[in-house]
Design a protein around this ligand. Structure first.
Ligand code: HEC
Ligand code: HEC
Length: 172
């Protein structure tokens, strides 16, 4: 069912497919009046962007243990993978890269199951990440920092990705 999410959905390099699948499970399990499923997506995607991949959790069963690690910086497959291939000197078609992405997927599944277990036990609390603080300079004018667009601002941008990653010329 989820075969199509590979390589950022059909090889498009858009959203990391593991995140896309996890989001569906949040929607299925945590679809409540408080919109916990949205908080969980936010939590997982922000965590992903701030994680250095691949983690070493699966090294015992990996083909290439102790791989170079790089910060994903974004939930986008293209950005997450490219940071890593540049650092590792690996081609995107290499076995090393496939091993890296298998570990990333395993780590995302691990975090997802951990979060869902906490939710079902009634002890899930969304982690807080400093997205708004980091991008305060941009969001102060552009807003909004959430998909519901219920805050002040020009409201001419949608998203919670790090602004200067794609707009570096606007960074101070
Ligand atoms: C003091 C208010 C203010 C701040 C702070 C600000 N902007 Fe803007 N930005 C504007 C205005 C006003 C425009 C012009 C909007 C228009 O023409 O519709 C603009 C335009 C833009 C545009 C489209 C045109 C272009 O120049 O490329 C982008 C992209 C943009 N801003 C990104 C950012 C980012 C990223 C940050 C943070 C690093 C930021 N802005 C901070 C007010 C601000
Ligand atoms: C993954 C890349 C990426 C990220 C991350 C990103 N942007 Fe953009 N943004 C773009 C592109 C591409 C455009 C279109 C630029 C163009 O057509 O000149 C754009 C356009 C804009 C515009 C113009 C929209 C309009 O209606 O005038 C604003 C404002 C803007 N971005 C602000 C932001 C802010 C604020 C953030 C952080 C919360 C952000 N962007 C994060 C890629 C990105």
């Amino acid at each position: 069912m989820f075969d199509i999410v590979q390589a950022g959905y059909g090889g498009q390099g858009t959203l990391c497919g593991a995140l896309g699948v996890a989001a569906h499970f949040f929607n299925l399990v945590a679809f409540d009046a408080q919109k916990t499923y949205v908080a969980m997506v936010d939590d997982l995607f922000q965590w992903y962007s701030r994680t250095s991949f691949p983690t070493q959790r699966f090294d015992a069963i990996a083909h290439f243990p102790k791989q170079v690690q790089r910060l994903a910086k974004s939930p986008l497959c293209h950005i997450s993978v490219s940071q890593w291939t540049l650092a590792a000197g690996a081609e995107v078609t290499s076995k090393q890269k496939k091993d890296r992405c298998a570990k990333v997927t395993g780590e995302v599944v691990y975090q997802t199951v951990r979060m869902l277990n906490a939710y079902v036990d009634g002890r899930y609390v969304a982690a807080r990440y400093p997205f708004a603080e980091e991008n305060a300079a941009c969001l102060a004018c552009h807003g909004a920092d959430d998909m519901w667009h219920d805050k002040d601002g020009m409201n001419n941008q949608q998203g919670k990705m790090t602004c200067v990653l794609c707009h570096p010329h606007l960074a101070k």
